[in-house]
Design a protein around this ligand. Structure first.
Ligand code: ARG
Length: 563
């Protein structure tokens, strides 16, 4: 319908492209202002006329249109009122179409997504939970738009910390303890190393020597390192399984260790490599940034070097149209430096293809969470707590539900994901169980509950089939039409979310649709004797269910049929 309005306007307005017109059209906040509105302010300059006069002229020129009830001029605005039945028909057909919300704008394009990427031998904490959840949602959003999205886990699995761990393990660790307690034990050893190194600085030299052995391919060093990595991955994968998250590639920092020299050579050839206090750097003072360190005094690579190598590897291997990095905002400078170095090496594409997607902190104030020894919080424990608490609530609310455990998992995990995704990613997230698990608030459980409610309506309507003819003329209630309009925002919502790298746009949309449905549900009886009316209202319910479950899917959240 919007496209038809655009065509009407385009035929009358010179010097404005259809894209421009499309971007200018507004969806009025109130039904008495029409279904679509077009402000004429912008035309005043080129047409040398007052905007309200322009609006009146355009209305005159358009004349009568079969699918429009009327056009009204209100100040500088043209307000279009579509005939209800025509509008309802077009909205229902759109929402019922295949891949509603999606598109093919990404067809044939590769987009790399670098997210999650925990640091081996360290716990998978709430910060990693956020990058995982946001990255996973962006993956789904871009896939929905037809992109070939490539999920990369850039594990932190290389660096001097592994030298320290090997020293600590050899001095104070045991195979049994590491096998039994995994990452917890490795973290204890790491803490112990630092305590002891304060008293005995020689340990630091030993650690450096072990890391040097790793860099030179020493078999013993590498096999201990590989073992620590395997143990860590088992734990990370447990968390990924709970979240329903997967990756196309686990290519950690260690993967690039033999690709760093090439980076150093490139930078040298470009005449950009400088010495500074023994280290080799690229000076970025011209761009108001601290220098990007390429190699340390002892010649070893660092985090930035490996990121540079990863960019060239990914460009060559995947020919990406974009490479996105989801990390906390404290890495802003790091990425700005790395991207600048790529650009300075003559790669103009770095400017718009390499994108850092930062997010805010999670504060756990007020949330009682399980902690293991040392008060360390593991994402896995938060998810288990959420599942357990959901099970309590569900058992109380719906004692007869058959698959309680399964639903509790969807709701518990979903509630944590939703809480992370509901606000703009740059904002800090606060976490409290009352808020996260509130079934009536702007939460995951609320949207899931609304979905389950829709499912039950559709289930109980025996003769309903979404491919049946619908009598569009019987949908006239403002609440029903508002619901349809909300649902029909979906395609634009997905595009916006991709454009801004902002899953919160989808999360908020899901709450809006759920609220619109509940308003409709409370004001309108669905199970009425007139078959055609009932059928049309069930259709609306079915489309709500479908849209809610598709929106939740884009957030990585499952939609239960009953709860
Ligand atoms: N391992 C890093 C961390 O935990 C995140 C890595 C992000 N990706 C990258 N290519 N640098 O902070």
């Amino acid at each position: 319908m919007k496209n038809k309005i655009i065509d009407l306007l385009a035929a009358q307005i010179e010097g404005m492209s259809k894209e421009d017109i499309s971007a200018t059209i507004e969806i009025p906040p109130k039904p008495e202002m029409g279904d679509f509105a077009f402000p004429c302010f912008r035309l005043a300059k080129t047409m040398h006329k007052a905007p309200n006069m322009i609006a009146a002229d355009i209305k005159e020129a358009i004349g009568d249109v079969d699918y429009l009830d009327r056009i009204e001029v209100k100040g500088a605005y043209l307000n279009f009122f579509v005939k209800t039945e025509v509008f309802v028909k077009s909205m229902i057909e759109a929402a019922n179409s295949e891949n509603f919300g999606g598109s093919d704008i990404g067809e044939g394009k590769n987009i790399c997504l670098d997210y999650s990427s925990p640091n081996v031998a360290k716990n998978f904490h709430v910060g990693h939970l956020r990058t995982t959840i946001i990255g996973n949602s962006l993956y789904k959003i871009f896939s929905k738009l037809g992109y070939n999205a490539i999920r990369i886990n850039h594990l932190g699995d290389w660096g001097t910390q592994f030298g320290k761990l090997i020293v600590a393990y050899k001095a104070w660790g045991s195979k049994e303890a590491v096998e039994k307690d995994g990452i917890s034990e490795l973290m204890k050893l790491y803490v112990k190393f630092h305590e002891e190194a304060d008293k005995n600085p020689e340990l630091v030299d030993e650690a450096r020597a072990w890391f040097a052995k790793m860099e030179h391919g020493d078999e013993e060093a590498l096999s201990i390192w590989q073992w620590f990595k395997d143990i860590s991955l088992v734990e990370y994968k447990r968390t990924y399984d709970l979240l329903g998250v997967d990756f196309d590639y686990y290519l950690g920092e260690s993967f690039y260790r033999d690709k760093c020299q090439e980076v150093v050579d490139k930078i040298t050839e470009a005449g950009l490599l400088k010495e500074s206090e023994g280290a080799m750097i690229v000076d970025l003072s011209e761009y108001d940034m601290a220098p990007c360190i390429i190699t340390k005094k002892d010649g070893s690579s660092i985090y930035a070097t490996r990121d540079l190598a990863a960019i060239f590897y990914r460009k060559k291997t995947y020919n990406f149209c974009k490479c996105l990095y989801v990390t906390g905002q404290e890495q802003k400078l790091h990425f700005a430096q790395v991207f600048k170095v790529v650009e300075l090496l003559g790669n103009e594409w770095a400017k718009d293809q390499l994108v850092h997607i930062p997010y805010g902190l999670v504060s756990l104030e007020g949330a009682k969470l399980s902690t293991r020894n040392g008060n360390i919080i593991y994402a896995e424990d938060i998810l288990h707590d959420a599942i357990e608490k959901s099970l309590e609530i569900i058992t109380e609310k719906s004692p007869n539900l058959e698959n309680k455990e399964e639903v509790a998992k969807m709701v518990g995990v979903g509630s944590v994901l939703f809480n992370d995704l509901y606000n703009q990613r740059i904002k800090d997230v606060s976490f409290s169980w009352d808020k996260v698990l509130n079934f009536d608030g702007e939460t995951g459980p609320y949207v899931q509950y609304t979905h389950a409610r829709c499912s039950s309506v559709v289930r109980l309507a025996e003769n309903f089939d979404p491919s049946n003819e619908v009598d569009f003329s019987v949908i006239t209630e403002p609440d029903a039409i508002f619901l349809l309009k909300e649902i029909n925002r979906f395609p634009k919502v997905v595009l916006d979310a991709a454009d801004k790298y902002e899953p919160s746009i989808v999360a908020r949309f899901s709450v809006d649709v759920a609220q619109a449905f509940n308003k409709f549900y409370n004001s309108t009886r669905i199970n009425v004797p007139e078959e055609n009316v009932k059928n049309a209202r069930v259709m609306l319910t079915y489309l709500t269910k479908k849209t809610l479950s598709d929106a939740l899917e884009l957030l990585g959240i499952q939609a239960p049929e009953a709860m």
